[in-house]
Design a protein around this ligand. Structure first.
Ligand code: ATP
Length: 194
């Protein structure tokens, strides 16, 4: 079985960019959030459970997951959010396990924003954190998402403190310069993993 490397980073850290560089190096990456978005539409058992929890309107009349409705429903309701996650996360885990079986490389990467928060690092061989100073990350997200400084900062404040992530990570890529450096650091880090 391949070794699973958990790839994570806070908002605007550059984890998705690193994931793409990893793929360019020939290693497969599982994008947990993207896969979750597909799973909520493809898995009928999951669909029924979500409707049971949040109402039939969780899916529109064409049967597609209504992200906005669900987000509004669980916003400021941590109990409902937890229940929703308890439905979605096991399905993603099963999907991931299936995906891993289909891979032939000795290293595979699992990109997930909540690697440490959900203790998914415990199911990985090693963890890889992408990080940069707060103000750099905030500026990148402001440019990317057209948000204000304050808005991005508010999201960041709700995430696990960077210090804590740095303490937990096996490998760290500092993404505080340009994309060329990031690519080089990514390549170097991958080949350091043993
Ligand atoms: P999120 O969790 O918010 O989706 P992320 O960790 O996946 O973020 P990316 O989307 O990879 O982060 O990067 C955030 C933005 O910053 C993107 O627009 C990306 O192109 C840009 N970016 C990342 N690293 C650098 C860099 N070293 N130099 C310049 N721009 C960068």
């Amino acid at each position: 079985a391949p070794k699973i490397i958990g790839l994570t980073g806070g908002i605007g850290s550059g984890k998705t960019t690193v994931a793409h560089f990893i793929e360019e190096c020939g290693f497969p990456v599982y994008y947990s959030d993207d896969r979750a978005k597909t799973i909520v539409n493809d898995n009928d058992i999951l669909k029924e459970k979500i409707k049971e929890l949040l109402g039939a309107q969780s899916y529109d009349n064409t049967g597609l997951y209504d992200r906005k409705y669900v987000a509004d429903k669980v916003f400021n309701n941590s109990d409902l959010l937890q229940k929703l996650n308890e439905i979605i996360h096991p399905a993603v885990r099963i999907d991931f396990e299936q995906w891993v079986k289909e891979q032939s490389k000795y290293l595979v990467f699992k990109e997930t924003a909540l690697l440490f928060e959900l203790k998914l690092n415990l199911q990985c061989y090693k963890s890889l954190l992408v990080t940069a100073q707060d103000n750099i990350r905030i500026k990148r997200v402001m440019d990317r998402d057209n948000k204000t400084y304050r808005e991005v900062q508010a999201i960041m404040e709700r995430q696990m403190p960077e210090k804590e992530k740095i303490r937990l990570a096996d490998y760290i890529i500092y993404n505080d310069t340009n994309l060329e450096d990031l690519k080089e650091r990514t390549e170097r880090t991958i080949f350091e993993i043993e």
